[in-house]
Design a protein around this ligand. Structure first.
Ligand code: 6PG
Length: 241
């Protein structure tokens, strides 16, 4: 589906708009499927969005939360995407613990944990080994190198197309990540990108032709909606689509 790009004046208005879109899609998913499945992004940009979502009045028992990627650290580690989302959102509202599906990072073996989460997702979505579940909403950020989730430039995980979850690699540090096929199966992908340091990568990602391996966010072309919410600093130099 065609990319929808909105350039917001600043990060605050980007977060406000993101919250609007996410709430709309959560409510639509619940109306259609009696539940919503949402995967969260890590990093710093989405934190105020999670804080905003914590102020919403939503049927938390109908929402299931996953993560699109996770650093391979304990869940109480300061770098943990799980820890950030729990503190900014999930622990502030009445989420049933059974609705929270963190990526496991305690086996001391990233591949074993990736395999476990792969199985957890298949069980949750009641699919077989070849099925690709469609999450209702997947939130993503983008690094200044054009990576998204833990799909980093020139890494092997970019070639993984027969699994839902795989081991990514950032400068030798293992990470767990949704794979490109799983991300592209989403009903709605929402990128949140702020800051002038993202300008160059955005222009490479939005270019008609380019190197997906060098700028992995180019691979994300979901079968559903694909929103890019940018602040003016990040969106400078882009002609609006
Ligand atoms: C992570 C994220 C990662 C992040 C980008 C952008 O685990 O760090 O999943 O892909 O979204 O690096 O991060 P910022 O939002 O902090 O710029």
């Amino acid at each position: 589906m065609e990319r929808k790009v909105e350039i917001l004046a600043d990060k605050g208005s980007l977060v406000h708009r993101a919250c609007e879109l996410v709430v709309e899609r959560i409510e639509a998913a619940i109306a259609a499927y009696q539940r919503c499945t949402i995967a969260l992004a890590g990093g710093s940009t989405p934190k105020p969005l999670y804080e905003a979502l914590a102020t919403q009045d939503l049927p938390w028992d109908k929402i299931h939360v996953f993560w699109g990627d996770e650093r391979y650290v304990p869940h109480d580690h300061p770098d943990s995407n799980y820890k950030m989302a729990r503190e900014a959102w999930l622990d502030r509202v009445n989420f049933p613990e059974t609705n929270i599906h963190p990526m496991p990072t305690q086996a001391g073996n990233p591949q074993a944990d990736a395999d476990q989460h792969n199985q957890e997702l298949q069980n949750f979505f009641q699919g077989g080994p070849r099925d690709l579940p469609a999450l209702d909403v997947i939130l993503l950020g983008m690094g200044d190198d054009g990576h998204t989730a833990s799909l980093f430039p020139h890494t092997e995980v970019l070639q993984v197309c027969d699994r839902l979850v795989a081991v990514g690699n950032k400068d030798g540090q293992p990470r767990l990540t949704f794979t490109i096929p799983l991300l592209n199966q989403a009903r709605c992908v929402l990128f949140l990108v702020a800051g002038a340091n993202k300008q160059n990568a955005l222009q490479q990602v939005f270019a008609e032709s380019g190197d997906n391996i060098a700028y992995p966010s180019r691979f994300i072309q979901p079968q559903g909606e694909c929103w890019w919410l940018l602040d003016e600093a990040a969106g400078q130099g882009l002609e609006k689509s």
